[in-house]
Design a protein around this ligand. Sequence first.
Ligand SMILES: [Fe+2]
Length: 395
Amino acid sequence: MLKINIEDLKKGMTVLKCDKEWLNLPIFGKVLEDENYIDLMRNYGVKHVFVENNKVAQEILNTNNKESDKQRLSDHFNLTLKDFLFFKEIYNELMDFVKKMFYALDTEEFLDETLLLRSCYTIENFASRTPTFALNLFEESDDSDYLFKHSLNVAIFSSALAKAMGYEDKKIQAITVGSLLHDIGMKKVPKEIYNKKGKLTKHEYFEIKKHPIYGFKLAQNIKNIEPESLSVILEHHERSDGTGYPRGLKEDKISALGKITAITDTYDALTSHRAYKENISHREAFNIIFSWSGEHFNSILAKFFLNMLRPYPVGTVVKLDTGEYGVVFENNPNDVNAPKVLLVDPEDNSNVTLYDLSSYNIVNKKPYKKIESVLSDKATGIKPAEVIEHFLRSK
Ligand SMILES: [Fe+2]
């Protein structure tokens, strides 16, 4: 058995175990074929792995040179078909877990906290690799209950934001758990009120406003739940100016993790499609969060969140000033307003061309094309996931 640095681990080696004893992956004891597991372990904080001391391992270690490291680094930043399909698979596996979690609540079985923590580790890993993605890109169907999708998305956004803010692992885990469970109290609110189309009566709104307290009480039954996770559930509707609920707390009385979840919850709610409303575009949601920052949301956290997501998350459908339609494929680190887009015919999602919006005319220094508007997902016949997958398959 050889102990090697995670950075030296390569396809073809047989991984036996890693330096995190609690981490048990299905690849242990087998020849490593899927390199995504290297990133997965890296994101779990693994520094060293133990591999079988065989000829393949020796050859790989001998030929590891700077060139291959450079290649690995560039692979990490370029979206490949393998990455994209892996993200979709993980997202949908997590969705199955969330559904099971809510059903368990229905039958009062309650939660298997080991499974909950394991799923939260997966969410943290997923979030750290996809912070600039529009999450609806990974949904396989849109018929799932809003509550499942919303819970998962808020957990992903909160985890990514806490990581971007430099929080320690324990806090990231606490906010991921709390965000995943933030709306579990909705299970105690009558469904006809929760799903009602149109304006709520005073009494119905009063019922809705109880869900953070219901959720807090339900989550208290989970063994070893962190107090900070409970605060997230209780405080995600509190607002900096004291106009939130259930307690009307002001900025200095709301926990830091509660403030983060207030932003990620609002953002996902605005960009989601519900029975009674159309979703709005990411761009409009950005503007709304920005206009409410200071008053409803902590302005530093709101800025961090908007910076993290970029103005045009991957998968955003845009209309260009040339009248063409595009799907954002990759952000440009030097100019967030000029991403690479896949130009697409709304009538035929397989007719796709990659175009870099940072290209400009060297004489007048003006870009050839630029984004004129952002469209909500339902506004055109364009299916962003299909467009991206089609392009990656054709490469
Ligand atoms: Fe809520």
